[in-house]
Design a protein around this ligand. Structure first.
Ligand SMILES: O=c1ccn([C@@H]2O[C@H](COP(=O)(O)OP(=O)(O)O[C@H]3O[C@H](CO)[C@H](O)[C@H](O)[C@H]3O)[C@@H](O)[C@H]2O)c(=O)[nH]1
Length: 340
């Protein structure tokens, strides 16, 4: 199948493109390269441009009329930045996504897979969330994802052929196991990036940010999913797109929501222990206050993914840690940071 992937030069998008290719499909990438990396789109069908550029989208569909599905990953994704720059987040993630969906419809592409986020869930007493759990997006970033889920629901209700699957990502870790792509930000703020940077001596010590959450050890809980597993879920979502709507009629017309997690909650202290085991050494650490806007966290009930798209996460958290460390060792051979 030929699939349009917006944001296909990003960390998750590029891994999805590799997984699509490995499964015999052809990704057609649309990415502005504002954040994405040119190195990740080498030898792939690639269009540099804005997701809201109607002329460019028409050109893509004229040149690739066989495109049957679109995976929409392109977005601004940093929670703390979204608090400082709400205008930019609503413009990029909401206004432009709305244009994209409308233009996709005009181009005859009515099958959408949308990158949503687990950050839209409300706190749950036992930390496990199903797709029906209450939502409470708090940051502008989370709100943009929630708004686009609502927009998609309305498109699916109003336009008879239009169908969408929103995939709510939990916390991706690791890199492409074949080392074609991985996290490329130089100073990552996410927990595994901080652990790697401490292990290699770039940071003096690792801060456990938040130790009085109502979790089993007081540290924040998350569902860490290997980015390769996450990418496989997109392949399955495309391959099983029709059957997902046939096997189980959606609660909202032509619109499904699926959690993408492992079904296992891991606290920061547990992750730290796993990291030290894989790395083979203790790393310097200190307890610290929680970060502004931080939450206790959540993990996925992952049953819907198996029911609808026959997907289940397979890789252990240790593989995610190993691949993050491996990628960190080689990434400067792949990414030319001097070019941007
Ligand atoms: O140096 C650190 C960094 C994080 N943490 C803790 O590790 C857990 C996970 O933190 P992350 O920043 O890795 O993940 P979040 O779920 O908080 O946020 C992530 O997911 C969000 C969407 O859900 C956004 O995409 C955001 O940019 C991304 O970092 C939290 O309990 C956090 O307090 C530490 O203990 N020390």
């Amino acid at each position: 199948m030929k699939v349009l992937v917006t944001g296909g030069a990003g960390y998750i998008g590029s891994t999805i493109c590799s997984a699509l290719e490995d499964a015999g499909h052809t990704p057609v990438i649309l990415d502005s390269l504002v954040n994405g990396r040119i190195e990740f789109v080498k030898n792939k069908i690639f269009y540099k441009g804005d997701i809201a550029d109607e002329k460019l989208l028409r050109e893509i569909f004229n040149e690739h009329p066989e495109i049957s599905h679109a995976i929409h990953c392109a977005a601004l994704i940093v929670v703390s930045e979204s608090v400082e720059k709400p205008y930019e987040y609503y413009r990029e993630n909401v206004s432009k996504s709305n244009e994209l969906f409308n233009n996709l419809k005009s181009c005859g592409c009515n099958n959408i897979v949308f990158s949503s986020s687990a950050s839209i869930y409300d706190a749950s007493p036992n930390f496990m969330v199903t797709e029906e759990s209450p939502l409470k997006p708090s940051s502008p970033y989370a709100k943009t994802k929630y708004i686009m889920e609502l927009v998609l629901q309305d498109y699916c209700s109003s336009f008879s052929n239009f169908r969408a699957i929103a995939l709510r990502y939990f916390n991706p870790i690791g890199a492409d196991p074949k080392m074609r792509s991985g996290v490329y930000v130089k100073d990552p703020s996410h927990v595994l990036g901080k652990l790697v940077d401490t292990a290699i001596g770039k940071n003096k010590e690792f801060h456990i940010t938040g130790t009085d959450w109502p979790t089993r050890d007081g540290s924040g809980i998350r569902d860490y999913i290997h980015v390769w597993d996450l990418a496989q879920a997109h392949v399955k979502a495309i391959e099983n797109f029709d059957s997902a709507f046939l096997t189980k009629p959606p609660k909202t017309k032509n619109y499904h929501v699926i959690n993408l997690g492992t079904g296992k909650g891991v606290t920061v202290k547990e992750l730290l222990k796993e990291f030290e085991n894989v790395y083979g050494k203790e790393i310097p650490k200190k307890e610290a206050p929680s970060r502004p806007g931080d939450v206790a966290g959540a993990y996925a009930n992952e049953n819907t993914a198996l029911d609808l798209i026959s997907w289940k996460a397979e890789l252990h958290i240790n593989s995610g840690i190993e691949d993050s460390l491996k990628w960190n060792n080689i990434r400067e051979n792949i990414i030319n940071y001097n070019s941007k």
